[in-house]
Design a protein around this ligand. Structure first.
Ligand code: ATP
Length: 272
């Protein structure tokens, strides 16, 4: 098992790739300083890498993601994406939440096209219908264009919301427990889909999860966070070959990673 390594020196999976995201000294307090949600963190994400963050409930994971997305301003520090500071929503960034949040009165296809309608207008969205159909096909929803959200299962709705995120061609995917509401089988399937999409687009992904096996399955690096105020305790490189498969989850090496991360989380909870 790898020993603990400082975050700044971590050997990220595809170490020759350029850094796309850089966070320096990023912290967050709410309530005029009364609630310290996030202690200063530094983070470098390289192009095409997949990273996960795992930590106890309330340790500041969603806060970190919202700061990265430009939705919430940090109290201290800077967030740089592609050499430019993130000061608000950016078109290179795609976000996905726990719930699919599709609009019930729009078909699956129109839900996928919604970000384009909002950003560039109805005509621009219409011009991209074929592309949206191709995305639905990519996630196994061929022929579901005209279906309304109430006719979709939870997994299908989440797949539709993946397409809605991808239609804007984001360079970075920020994922806040996107599959936690799904049953285990659907979740496994979606994780493999997510890996395939990220690899095929060389997208950079950052995932919040409460599942250690999910983090190990998907990630090049797993960041372990302390209880609130959250900070990174360790960055654990996952040196399993890609593409990862569900069968790999039964391998002894996989189990080692899971046990190691669990023990570090337990230690963090005790020493906090
Ligand atoms: N807008 C807000 N105003 C005040 N406090 C907030 C706000 N958002 C989050 N917090 C507090 O900041 C802390 C971190 O919250 P956050 O949602 O980032 O944690 P989390 O790690 O994502 O939690 P979970 O795993 O339960 O989703 C919590 O104590 C939360 O109550």
């Amino acid at each position: 098992m790898q020993s603990a390594i400082p975050v700044a020196e971590q050997p990220v999976g595809r170490s020759l790739a350029r850094p796309v995201y850089q966070l320096r000294n990023v912290s967050k307090s709410y309530g005029f300083g009364k609630i310290r949600a996030l202690d200063p963190v530094d983070l470098d994400l390289r192009q095409g890498s997949f990273s996960s963050v795992i930590g106890p409930s309330g340790c500041g994971k969603s806060t970190l993601l919202k700061i990265m997305a430009g939705v919430t301003p940090p109290t201290t520090g800077s967030v740089i994406l592609d050499g430019k500071p993130v000061l608000g929503a950016r078109r290179e960034i795609g976000m996905m939440y726990q719930q699919a949040t599709l609009f019930p009165w729009l078909t699956a296809l129109d839900n996928v096209l919604l970000p384009i309608s909002i950003r560039d207008g109805k005509a621009a969205a219409n011009a991209r219908r074929k592309e949206a159909q191709a995305l639905l096909e990519l996630v196994g929803l061929k022929g579901f264009d005209k279906v309304y959200p109430r006719q979709l299962s939870g997994g299908m709705a989440q797949r539709t919301s993946i397409c809605r995120m991808l239609i804007t061609e984001p360079q970075v995917l920020l994922l806040d427990e996107p599959f936690s509401a799904l049953d285990e089988l659907a979740r496994d399937f979606m994780n493999i889909e997510l890996q395939r999409i990220c690899l095929s687009r060389n997208a950079t992904a950052f995932l919040i999860t409460h599942s250690i096996p999910e983090a190990v399955l998907l990630s090049d690096v797993v960041y372990i966070m302390s209880p609130r105020p959250g900070k990174f305790l360790e960055a654990v490189p996952i040196e399993l070959p890609r593409p990862r498969t569900l069968e790999m989850m039964t391998a002894p090496e996989f189990g080692e990673y899971v046990r190691y991360i669990r023990s570090r989380l337990d230690e963090g909870a005790v020493t906090a």
